[in-house]
Ligand binder design. Structure first.
Ligand SMILES: Nc1nc2c(c(=O)[nH]1)N[C@H]1C(S)=C(S)[C@@H](COP(=O)(O)O)O[C@H]1N2
Ligand SMILES: [Mo]
Length: 214
């Protein structure tokens, strides 16, 4: 923890304790495009723990393991050799900014599940990143159609600050559930809260229900 931006982490933990930014309003996904308490931005803020790992594509690996029939490790070429998808989605960050119409290219999470074949009891997906960050999502959420491991954003390779070479995009939930610099995807029968989830942030993180804090 010492190497992370401790001040930022303390501030965000305090927000969680105080319930800051909560509006108490509700909005409906699929009806209201902007979730409650969010404001639209045109730029693209950078949020992380202050460590932006430099992972050359030659050294990059993605391990996909856990409760699966067929664990795999992809190097960069193997990752690019998978079927590619494009998806346009909105970003909602728990710090209140939303950014519309992000065009992502990469490998869909459904394809990943098809390849590794999760066992019957799998309920959770756990992520680990090259900066040490972790987060978790429900397996059912991971399988939603607009989720992917992306290498390209709006036609350009994802920059290092935004999580390149490759990051998750799970647009339906607050963006802290979309790990940058992803290193490992683990399918699991048991849940395991990640970096922000153990620091007062909601385990599910649905913006339309304002699930900011636990
Ligand atoms: N590996 C890693 N992924 C991460 C984070 C992080 O610190 N490390 N921060 C999360 C948070 S809190 C947000 S809001 C988004 C920000 O992504 P962006 O910097 O591309 O906007 O990344 C998420 N994924
Ligand atoms: Mo965030």
């Amino acid at each position: 923890m010492g190497e992370f931006r401790e001040k930022l982490v303390e501030t965000k933990k305090a927000w969680a304790r105080a319930g800051r930014l909560l509006t108490g309003k509700t909005a409906e996904h699929g009806v209201d495009r902007l979730p409650p308490g969010q404001r639209l931005v045109e730029n693209w803020p950078v949020l992380d723990l202050g460590i932006q790992p430099d992972v050359p594509k030659a050294d990059w690996q993605l391990v996909i393991d856990g409760a699966v029939e067929n664990p795999v490790t992809w190097d960069w070429d193997a990752f690019l050799a998978q079927p590619q998808v494009e998806d346009v989605s909105d970003i909602h960050c728990v710090t209140q900014w939303s950014r519309y119409d992000n065009r992502w290219n990469g490998v869909s999470t459904r394809h990943i599940a098809d390849i590794v074949k999760p066992l019957g009891g799998v309920k959770h997906v756990l992520f680990t990143s090259y900066d040490g960050y972790t987060t978790n999502v429900e397996y059912a959420h991971f399988l939603e159609e607009d989720c992917l491991v992306a290498h390209t954003h709006d036609g350009a390779p994802i920059s290092r600050e935004h999580g390149g070479p490759a990051r998750l995009v799970i647009p339906r939930y607050y963006f802290w559930k979309s790990p940058k610099w992803v290193k490992r995807i683990t399918f699991s029968l048991e849940d395991k809260p990640g970096f922000w989830e153990v620091r007062g942030y909601h385990n599910l993180g649905d913006p339309w229900l304002e699930q900011r804090y636990s």
